[in-house]
Design a protein around this ligand. Structure first.
Ligand SMILES: Cc1cc2nc3c(=O)[nH]c(=O)nc-3n(C[C@H](O)[C@H](O)[C@H](O)COP(=O)(O)OP(=O)(O)OC[C@H]3O[C@@H](n4cnc5c(N)ncnc54)[C@H](O)[C@@H]3O)c2cc1C
Length: 396
């Protein structure tokens, strides 16, 4: 019987990892199955563009994985039983259970509602494609002068507000944040950000915490009512509760605790990458949820899976956090580098060049993920029968 590797999620971390494993592992010994809720690879970094009304390229996973030997199961994961090594999935045909020998957990994250009443019922978000499409449909309904209120002052809020303002100039866009808009940015980047918000005519309310969302308004702690035909909740990401419910060791925020090789500290046949993983980066701080982190943790997790299962030495991947690339519509962006303490450096790349660089990075990432084996699967590494995982470096 082949060794069964099941990859949960085919986003940035899962699609990359599955492709890399298929490229390296011998198909006589390993069977790789990917489970994903959506039939397409979703370029999540462009969800705000989708919500704003732009057409994005479809990348069906069946085509992405064609010829790789990877089995694709389009279904929703509802439960992971780490003791019996099974995953429960549900699709239009019903409920099914998949067995695994090695699990790679990359289910990503969704919008964090911070338990604010009304967010689930009335607010929109851009953390997933279905939710971005719901927001898009709502924006389509709004007439000239319709109010859109974005809640949050960080990366996703900035990208959502500017994208909507640029793509839908007839709407009135406002942003409410409990802190300062882009307050963590260096002085050059922050000046650029505020100029961009002025240019887009986005009204900003800082130091204002939203405590309740209603059908046509958001209410702040001091009782101020912000009229909104669409409230866009962009106040951070939270991981899915599936991991915590499964009995895997997790952090208080639900991210799975792993060793330096991305193995669950409680269940070492479970590896984790992307937004779902809690790991300390090179700077001594938790690695932020980001596409770059998804890349680094996927590289480390796949190296560990290959090492543990085939007896090869596991190379350490650097878990670096170098900065943020923030789009401000399609023609403007900010690339803010950070220092070793994750503090913004004073300089930044801003403007059209930053936008071009970001666009090139996104296009390259999507192309790479859409060509998992680059047409040349190696299938080199065979299953080893003896080697046990080595618990050499433990993070956190
Ligand atoms: C609008 C927006 C803009 C962003 N911009 C940037 C940026 O500029 N730079 C940056 O570094 N990061 C950005 N991010 C963050 C980045 O998208 C994430 O950090 C990254 O996608 C994490 O990769 P992942 O593979 O862990 O998760 P995802 O890419 O979200 O992949 C998770 C996959 O799991 C699937 N899934 C989830 N739940 C289930 C389930 N129960 N059953 C089956 N399948 C499931 C999903 O459909 C998805 O395919 C942005 C995020 C958003 C929402």
């Amino acid at each position: 019987m082949k060794h069964r590797i099941v990859v949960l999620g085919a986003g940035y971390a899962g699609a990359f990892s599955a492709g890399y494993l298929a490229r390296q592992l011998h198909s006589d010994d390993f069977e790789i199955t990917v489970v994903n809720a959506e039939p397409d690879f979703v370029e999540r970094l462009r969800n705000h563009q989708l919500a704003a009304g732009q057409e994005l390229r479809h990348r069906p996973l069946a085509e992405v994985f064609a010829g790789t030997g990877i089995r694709l199961r389009v279904a929703r994961v509802t439960d992971v039983d780490v003791e019996h090594r099974t995953v429960t999935v549900s699709d239009g045909a019903g409920i099914d259970r998949l067995g695994y020998d090695t699990l790679l957990y990359t289910l990503g994250s969704t919008a964090a509602d911070h338990r604010v009443p009304g967010v689930d019922e009335y607010a929109f978000h851009v953390a997933t494609r279905p939710s971005a499409l719901r927001l898009r449909a709502r924006l389509d309904e709004l007439g000239e002068g319709g109010h859109v209120l974005v809640v949050g002052g960080n990366l996703t809020a900035i990208e959502a507000a500017t994208e909507i303002a640029e793509s839908r100039p007839g709407l009135r866009v406002g942003l409410v944040t409990r802190g300062e808009l882009g307050g963590w940015l260096g002085p050059k980047a922050r000046r650029h950000l505020l100029r961009a918000f002025d240019r887009f005519d986005i009204t900003v309310h800082e130091h204002t915490a939203v405590e309740r969302v209603e059908a046509s308004a958001a209410i702040s702690a001091d009782g101020t009512v912000f009229a909104a035909d669409a409230t866009v909740w962009a106040a951070g990401f939270a991981v899915h509760p599936i991991a915590a419910a499964s009995g895997l060791a997790v952090q208080p925020n639900g991210q799975i605790t792993v060793d330096r090789q991305m193995r669950s500290v409680s269940h070492p046949d479970v590896y984790v990458a992307g937004d779902s993983v809690f790991v300390i980066g090179e700077n001594g701080l938790p690695l932020p949820m980001s596409c770059a982190s998804a890349g680094f943790t996927s590289q480390q997790a796949t190296a560990a899976i290959i090492g543990d299962r085939t007896g090869r030495k596991i190379k350490a991947t650097s878990l670096a956090y170098v900065g943020n690339h923030i789009s401000l519509g399609r023609k403007d962006a900010i690339f803010q580098l950070v220092d070793g303490d994750a503090r913004a450096k004073s300089g930044a790349l801003c403007g059209r060049t930053a936008a071009r660089v970001k666009s090139a990075i996104l296009t390259t990432a999507a192309w790479t993920l859409s060509h998992p084996t680059f047409g040349r699967p190696n299938h080199r590494y065979r299953l080893a029968t003896t080697r046990e995982p080595s618990f050499d470096v433990v993070a956190a």
